[in-house]
Design a protein around this ligand. Structure first.
Ligand SMILES: Nc1ncnc2c1ncn2[C@@H]1O[C@H](COP(=O)(O)OP(=O)(O)OP(=O)(O)O)[C@@H](O)[C@H]1O
Ligand SMILES: [Mg+2]
Length: 138
């Protein structure tokens, strides 16, 4: 199955739409609850990062027999140092974003913990691509 979503950037009230849809689909497929949780946490964090950082974003979801692959592509500032961005506590979130409770610098570390495979590609001034794969069994 393939699904696509637009991310409403800057709109924190609707952040998490794709992750809640994906949660519903995985439940319907009777995927293990622990695995669903890992997918939802990873996707939610990546989605919020687009809302907070980018000006345009799309999410492409492929659910197969044995895994889910999510590709998040945005047009935005890009990430100058991906290793640094992956570090716990590192954040460039604006004061406005922090007021809303984001900006602890825990998103990427959480994605990394929950994904079986995480690939991040970014071009400064152009945008970022985040690929998350979670396998349904070991
Ligand atoms: N899609 C993106 N485009 C540009 N920069 C990004 C993107 N995603 C993450 N970053 C950069 O990586 C940093 C770390 O992201 P991470 O999700 O770990 O923390 P955060 O979003 O700042 O805070 P938290 O996720 O805990 O609310 C961000 O502050 C930002 O500088
Ligand atoms: Mg984040």
């Amino acid at each position: 199955m393939h699904y696509e979503y637009n991310v409403a950037t800057g709109d924190f009230t609707n952040a998490g739409y794709a992750s809640s849809q994906v949660k519903k689909f995985l439940k319907q497929l009777n995927i293990d609850a622990t695995i669903i949780k890992r997918v939802v946490v990873a996707l939610y964090e990546a989605e919020v990062n687009i809302v907070a950082q980018a000006y345009k974003g799309n999410i492409y979801v492929d659910i197969d027999e044995d895994k889910i692959r999510v590709l998040l592509k945005d047009e935005g500032p890009g990430i100058p140092d991906i290793n640094l961005a992956m570090t716990e506590g590192f954040s460039t979130a604006s004061p406005k974003v922090r007021e809303m409770g984001f900006g602890a610098g825990m998103g990427f570390p959480n994605i990394n913990r929950n994904a079986d495979i995480l690939n991040v590609k970014s071009i400064v001034g152009v945008g970022t691509e985040v690929e998350i794969i979670v396998k349904f069994s070991n």
